[in-house]
Design a protein around this ligand. Structure first.
Ligand code: BGC
Length: 344
């Protein structure tokens, strides 16, 4: 139900082609024929519970499963603690317990071949979320008829939207009028495609528009607010007014960046721009208040619901496509209040 509401509200911010899929998916009530929801068991492992975005995501996974009638005691949710060995152990425990399906947010997406083989040998289907295994791996699932699939969002789209947010400002990001946009990039965990693509495509949106850019710094902040704050604090000390744009691969790091920016006496949207990704509540509020240039909604609700629906399709014995993508939504001061309302 929530997904339907969200699609309606966000419709205005989407292109015509983007509107079709979410609206249609939401209208069809999910068919549970052939699924023993009373007894079906689900093993979920999240790469790290302390991740702000994945906390929203896992809450929605459990909420939606229980809304569909799955029993809370049959849903196990584990904290991978950002340690692949620990998470692989949890997956082995799920196999021993004989869960019917798994939903996995891998610590390292490069472990997908090994994890997929373990689950496949045990006859347990897997829905990977958030951290996309490489193409060779998803091609293999399809070629070999392995019951594994990925649900996520195309990070190239979110990066492009971040670049557009800067292009759409009054001076296109060139605050000091020297003919180039000087930026710092605070990156997530560089092993993730989300971090790689957002880094690449945010800047590409500028260069594709013919804008000259200067990278003052690129540093990994591992998706973490405290690291984001430290990196930007140090960068402001080192580069001062030279910094016109702060790109952060997610909102957690951008919220840390905002603390550093304000502590240094700089003013977002006046003498510096700041963009993130996710649309965390605080980032939306800051965008409304004008203390954040903008963000990109990483639709954890549609992603969580799609992941559950793919798990249900496996339980029904149906075929599942290897890759299932949900659209991002660009968020400016114009639509931030609408997005915020749908999330509350
Ligand atoms: C989100 C980040 C999150 C990461 C975890 C990304 O898609 O934007 O906030 O930390 O996923 O893998």
């Amino acid at each position: 139900m929530k997904k339907k509401f969200l699609s309606l509200i966000l419709g205005a911010a989407m292109t015509a082609s983007m509107m079709v899929a979410p609206a249609m998916a939401a209208e069809a009530p999910i068919d549970l024929t052939g699924v023993d929801v009373e007894n079906a068991t689900v093993g979920i492992s999240i790469y790290q519970f302390s991740d702000n975005f994945m906390t929203l995501y896992r809450t929605e996974l459990v909420r939606y499963l229980t809304e569909l009638g799955f029993k809370e005691e049959n849903i196990q949710v584990q904290d991978g603690k950002n340690d692949q060995a620990e998470q692989t152990n949890q997956i082995n425990n799920f196999i021993t317990a004989g869960v019917d399906v798994m939903i996995l947010n891998l610590v390292q997406s490069s472990s997908a071949p090994q994890v997929t083989d373990m689950c496949n040998e045990a006859g347990i289907p897997v829905v990977y979320i958030n951290r996309q295994p490489d193409e060779a791996e998803s091609d293999r699932w399809e070629a070999d008829g392995i019951k594994a699939t990925y649900v996520g969002a195309d990070a190239r789209q979110s990066g492009t939207y971040q670049g557009e947010l800067i292009l759409e400002t009054a001076n296109g990001g060139d605050i000091n009028g020297d003919g180039k946009v000087s930026y710092i990039m605070v990156q997530g965990d560089p092993e993730n495609v989300d971090a790689q693509y957002r880094t690449e495509f945010s800047v590409k949106a500028l260069t594709d528009a013919g804008v000259e850019v200067e990278e003052l710094l690129l540093q990994r902040g591992d998706w973490d607010q405290a690291k984001g704050q430290q990196i930007v604090q140090d960068a402001l000390t080192q580069f001062g007014e030279q910094i016109e744009v702060v790109f952060c691969n997610n909102d957690a790091m951008a919220l840390g960046a905002l603390q550093a920016i304000q502590a240094a006496g700089r003013v977002v949207n006046e003498d510096i721009y700041l963009v993130g990704v996710d649309a965390l509540t605080e980032a939306l509020q800051d965008t409304i208040d004008g203390t954040y240039t903008g963000t990109v909604f990483n639709d954890h609700i549609s992603q969580a619901q799609t992941a559950v629906e793919m798990a249900v399709n496996y339980l029904k014995g149906e075929e599942v496509a290897p890759i299932n993508m949900v659209d991002y939504v660009k968020v400016t001061s114009e639509n931030a209040a609408d997005v915020l309302e749908t999330l509350q």
